[in-house]
Ligand binder design. Structure first.
Ligand code: ZN
Length: 165
């Protein structure tokens, strides 16, 4: 996800947020290298089949969430009654408030960490639903010239899952 940029002089907590996300990106990269070496290169038949199965006319959009996401953690950390107007929270995170409510309701028994993981996936689903409201996307899906996928990259456990939206 693109966490965007803010204007003006950065505050220390914002910088911390960015630093944490940078670390996540680094881990995402190294995790992907591992995935490539241990899964992709060991099972070429699976991926060759996928590549051949794709019609060249179809464009694919994939929205990928990831483990230990700083943005998601920030979203889940906000108290329900607190104003979302703080500029600490990026706009893309605010969009996922319905996902937060869903996770809060369904998984109140889980630990904060576990709720974060649920929310990381739930946020992808919200993003996909938002995409479907764009006329271009809606049309593409109807005409089968566009395919929409969700993905979740768990670099803590080295797992990568995708699903068709
Ligand atoms: Zn993130």
């Amino acid at each position: 996800m693109n966490h965007g940029k803010k204007k003006g002089r950065p505050r220390e907590e914002d910088l911390d947020f960015v630093r944490r996300e940078m670390t996540s990106v680094e881990r995402l990269k190294s995790g992907f290298e591992q995935f490539k070496k241990e899964v992709y290169e060991k099972k070429p038949e699976v991926f060759n089949q996928l590549a051949e199965g794709q019609s060249p006319k179809i464009e694919n959009i994939i929205v990928i969430g990831h483990s230990r996401c700083g943005g998601i953690k920030a979203l889940l950390s906000i108290k329900d009654n607190a104003s979302l107007g703080t500029d600490f929270i990026e706009d893309w995170v605010k969009i996922c408030t319905p996902a937060k409510e869903a996770v809060n309701q369904a998984h109140s028994d889980l630990s904060f960490e576990e709720q974060c993981s649920k929310l990381e996936k739930e946020a992808v689903k919200v993003s996909l639903e938002n995409l479907k409201t764009y006329p271009y996307v809606k049309e593409g899906l109807e005409n089968k010239t566009l395919a929409l996928y969700g993905g979740y990259y768990d670099f803590v456990n080295g797992a990568f899952e995708t699903w068709e939206a």
